[in-house]
Design a protein around this ligand. Structure first.
Ligand code: 4AD
Ligand code: MG
Length: 463
């Protein structure tokens, strides 16, 4: 018999016919007359109830089917008399694929997420992680859908690169050199390395994305991104996924419109396509989750300059607000508690912050006429802080070269990038959305390590 997925079985009204379901046992309880097995196959957060007449099979075999075991059940789909489910299966035959010994680390309910992180290979089988990763999949689909519908091309940028896209030097080196045999003289013979020069894993596909945008009009990237920053926070990963649209002929206001429309589309998509999983997370993880998601798609985002933001923060401090990181003066970089104060307490809505001091932003941003600020457009979100980092790009060849030099970077390593400004330069803009930060927001999870299957963070690269 062909296997029916549990998600389909639960929706079926084709009663009193036999079906075959396969999955992992979530629980097994027995009374004198009957056994109940809750079975889940990952196709939905919901389990299907298997009702077993204990006289119908070997008693020892039935007893051996404990939480975590993998079985296949052939039986009759019937309307359920019990509360909590509409259909159930009256078992006729159970095939055991894999028993699950009692030291199964996911056996107990209510384990901490920290505990489960040690078992990232098994935590996938729990309700919460099932929900998170089904939602993660749906958000990836939403992103491709949005850009495809709006005429952007999915553009693949390299993961191995010889240039630092953010100019921040937080890169993981890629080499085939035998490191134990180099460095004695302090010199690394990069000419002998695989690529003949020093290479690293990319921190952003933006620079290559700009090449795509200034040819195809509008592109987006969606791929892994690597940062060797030693940030042990609930919002940083050393390997994360980023979505980077890059668009020709877009100005600052249009860029902000795109950021807002895109992120609202994604949240709306989650509400429409991930109902069961979101309801589960709303019950188990964050009681305000659905309300927060709904309010984000309803409200206009606040648009605020950095300078206005600093003034609000300074006024808050005057009125007694205490921050862990001090609010000093114009020019300081904001930390996530400052961003969250603006979003969660002051405006109670997402904020797009613009026009940052050049010192705290990347070299490629377009300078304003004031000479002090750059046309950055970061989106700040409740619970998350910065979810999107974006900007209008400097399109003047001379200004861009001057900026690269002023920052002590080498224009030679960006020659191909600078060619976009040399030959038919065009005004353009783009942004980067941190995929895991979006998933954090949409799922209500607290720690970024819990929204990527196998997190990479400082001192941790298991699995
Ligand atoms: O603000 P960032 O550094 O901007 C860029 O990389 C630009 N090149 C994007 C662009 O304009 N095309 O990173 C963009 C976003 C951040 O807003 C954040 O959501 C996420 O990427 N991000 C991280 N997510 C997880 N772990 C990290 N270490 C992250 N660093 C950035
Ligand atoms: Mg940023």
């Amino acid at each position: 018999m062909k296997r029916t997925k549990i998600v389909d079985a639960l929706k079926s009204v084709d009663f009193n016919h036999d079906i075959l379901v396969k999955g992992w046992v979530r629980s097994h309880r027995n009374s004198k007359a009957v056994d109940f097995i809750a079975l889940n196959d990952g196709s939905t957060i919901n389990n299907i109830q298997i009702v077993v007449d204990p006289t119908s099979m070997d008693a020892e075999a039935l007893k051996s089917i404990t939480t975590g075991a993998c079985i296949g059940v052939t039986g009759t789909l019937v309307q359920s008399q019990g509360a909590g489910q509409s259909v159930e299966i009256q078992s006729k035959a159970i095939e055991i694929y894999g028993l699950c010994p009692s030291d199964y680390p996911m056996q107990k309910k209510g384990q901490s997420f920290e505990y489960m992180r040690k078992y990232a290979h098994l935590r996938l089988r729990t309700n919460t992680f099932g929900a998170v990763f089904r939602i993660r999949h749906n958000m990836a689909i939403a992103i491709h859908q949005y850009f495809h519908e709006h005429g952007y091309y999915y553009f693949h940028t390299p993961l191995i690169t010889a240039s630092d896209a953010e100019g921040a030097g937080e890169m993981f080196q890629v080499t085939t050199l035998d490191l134990s045999r180099t460095g004695k003289t302090g010199e690394v013979p990069y000419e002998k390395d695989f690529f003949g020069k020093k290479t690293s894993l990319t921190v952003s596909g933006q620079l290559e994305g700009e090449l795509g945008a200034t040819a195809l009009g509008g592109i987006y990237t969606f791929g892994p991104t690597f940062r060797a920053e030693n940030s042990n926070t609930p919002r940083h990963l050393a390997e994360f996924w980023m979505i980077e649209p890059e668009v020709a002929f877009l100005d600052k206001d249009e860029l902000m419109d795109l950021e807002e429309d895109f992120i609202k589309f994604c949240v709306r998509w989650a509400l429409e396509h991930c109902k069961d999983d979101l309801e589960f997370l709303n019950k188990m993880i964050d009681k305000n989750l659905l309300e927060t998601l709904q309010s984000v798609i309803k409200e206009d985002f606040v648009r605020l300059t950095y300078t206005e933001g600093i003034e609000i923060l300074q006024a808050a401090v005057k009125n007694g607000k205490k921050f862990e990181f001090p609010v000093t003066e114009w020019g300081m970089d904001l930390s996530s508690e400052h961003e969250r104060y603006l979003v969660e307490e002051h405006f109670k809505r997402p904020v797009i912050m613009t026009d940052y001091p050049s010192e705290i932003k990347a070299f490629y941003m377009k300078r304003n006429a004031d000479g002090k600020t750059m046309q950055g457009t970061d989106v700040l979100f409740p619970r998350i802080g910065e979810i999107i980092g974006g900007s209008v790009r400097e399109e003047s060849y001379e200004k861009l070269v001057a900026e690269i030099k002023a920052r002590g970077m080498a224009p030679e390593s960006y020659s191909w990038y600078l060619d976009t400004r040399k030959y038919g330069s065009c005004p353009h803009a783009g942004f980067g959305l941190g995929f895991e930060r979006l998933i954090l927001f949409v799922t209500g999870m607290q720690n970024i390590r819990d929204v990527i299957p196998f997190p990479r963070t400082p001192k941790s690269a298991e699995f």
